[in-house]
Design a protein around this ligand. Structure first.
Ligand code: EPZ
Length: 420
């Protein structure tokens, strides 16, 4: 296994290009299975989760070529319909194969994703939606097994106790594209990644309306064609680098971003007293010595993204006063608190609420990564801390951040990867 060694306290400067959004790429690549021909997708980040999905697609029989951030997928050779546990257990996002496999082939056998450090990760909403489309679903030895002669459109309420579900919306929207008749998804996710998936599907000939709102209407068609499509930039990666800038009191620019995808984050940063310059597809942080404490509540889009919660917490450890972060999406998503406290932060938990008492400085320490976004938070804290921070098990970071240490080094950070 590998670790990062970070020498903290360095100011950052310069520009960093944001990669394509992993959480758009996964459902878009999965949806390529329902296209009648080859699909070419650009701006695909070269990260572990993408490599894992490619392995699954090839296991199913598709032929996949991936180079220089472009992936070509030809599903004509698909002859298997099972996503095995050894793949799914490393990447929960593979659940978004359910919809495409059932829509195109009428069968799917996907390992139950199981829990992960951010929460139990149920898939009841996926199952509810697919059953409404006429899929017969059973749970067999830890696998979800689905069978459907023909998918039939239906009206489906897809909201759960924590609001909408991103990948359940992706699964149902993709499956409904080839179902007979009309499907209405009520309480659909509004995430930009869902809009991106809808835009790709519409290019293949799908009839989808209302994407980006809580009500998506899909008129099923008989077939879809292969397309060429470029996915959106990663708003979470962009927010992560901006917080690296703010936490080290630096001015840096993130390029190839869609500022409107970050409105809730930017609004909260303004409330913390920091400022930024907005370009057409770039955002520049302004250097600041101190920032105010704020109260953050994570919500489905367009609310404050849960995927920026840990990184925001790292930033708030150095604010004036007492901040709180309440997790409304994944109430247990606080694995990073212990590691941040090892670096000298002063954070306590009260159920799904973290109370962050600002400290004057953080001090480097040995830490361990445990989840994609929690690991990013530890790196940010390490960059801001005095002295050396070691972050072990960084394979968690490699799942979702392309060239992470190269990009940080290009901004002037002292960070290197070593064998553990
Ligand atoms: C997607 O996961 C993202 N992953 C997550 O990003 C992100 O945190 C999450 O959306 C929320 O924005 C990908 O897109 C690959 P949900 P998803 O279904 O779709 C509950 C990252 O770090 N729920 O929107 O699996 C669920 O427990 C990852 O990049 C049910 O109750 O999340 C949670 O509380 C982490 N039943 C809430 O809904 C279900 O059937 C939102 O989950 C499904 C979800």
């Amino acid at each position: 296994m590998e670790k990062f060694i970070i020498e903290g306290g360095k100011k950052l400067s310069g520009r960093v290009k944001i990669s394509g959004a992993k959480n758009a790429a996964l459902p878009v690549m999965s949806a390529s299975l329902i296209c009648g021909g080859k699909t070419v997708l650009h701006n695909i980040p070269d990260v572990r989760d993408i490599r894992t999905l490619i392995k699954i697609l090839e296991y199913l029989g598709a032929s996949v070529k991936f180079e220089k951030n472009t992936v070509e997928i030809d599903p004509s050779g698909v002859c298997k319909y099972t996503a095995p546990y050894e793949f799914v257990s490393t990447m929960r996002g593979s659940v978004c194969l359910l919809g495409p496999l059932l829509a195109k082939y009428g069968k799917a056998r996907i390992s139950m994703p199981g829990g992960c450090v951010i929460g139990s990760r149920p898939i009841d909403l996926h199952i509810k939606g697919l059953k409404k489309l006429g899929v017969n679903i059973i749970n067999e030895e830890g696998y979800i097994v689905g069978r459907a002669k023909k998918l039939k459109g239906n009206t489906i309420f897809l909201g759960g106790n924590f609001g909408s579900s991103v990948l359940a919306t992706a699964n149902i929207m993709t499956a409904a594209a080839l179902a007979e008749g009309e499907t209405i998804i009520e309480f659909a996710s509004c995430e930009p990644e869902i809009v991106d998936l809808a835009m790709m599907l519409k290019k293949t000939g799908a009839k989808i309306y209302g994407e980006g709102s809580h009500r998506i209407r899909i008129e099923g068609v008989k077939r879809l064609k292969g397309v060429e499509y470029s996915i959106i930039p990663d708003r979470i990666e962009a927010g992560t680098y901006m917080l690296a800038g703010y936490a080290t009191g630096s001015s840096i620019t993130v390029e190839n971003v869609v500022p409107s995808h970050l409105f809730s984050f930017l609004d909260k940063m303004e409330e913390a007293g920091v400022s930024f310059k907005t370009g057409k597809d770039a955002l520049t942080t302004r250097k600041l010595k101190k920032w105010k404490s704020v109260d953050v509540i994570t919500l489905p889009y367009p609310g404050f993204p849960t995927d920026l919660q840990a990184q925001m917490m790292a930033f708030l450890t150095l604010s004036d006063g007492i901040s709180t972060i309440t997790e409304k999406v994944f109430p247990e998503r606080f694995i990073h608190v212990g590691e941040l406290n090892r670096l000298g932060a002063n954070i306590t938990l009260d159920g799904a609420k973290a109370i962050i008492r600002g400290v004057d400085k953080l001090k480097g320490a040995k830490t361990m990564a445990s989840d994609l976004r929690a690991s990013a938070a530890i790196v940010l804290a390490g960059l801001a801390a005095e002295g050396e921070t070691e972050v072990s098990r960084i394979y968690h970071l490699d799942r979702g951040y392309e060239k992470f240490e190269e990009k940080l080094t290009s901004l002037g950070a002292r960070i290197r990867r070593e064998k553990e």
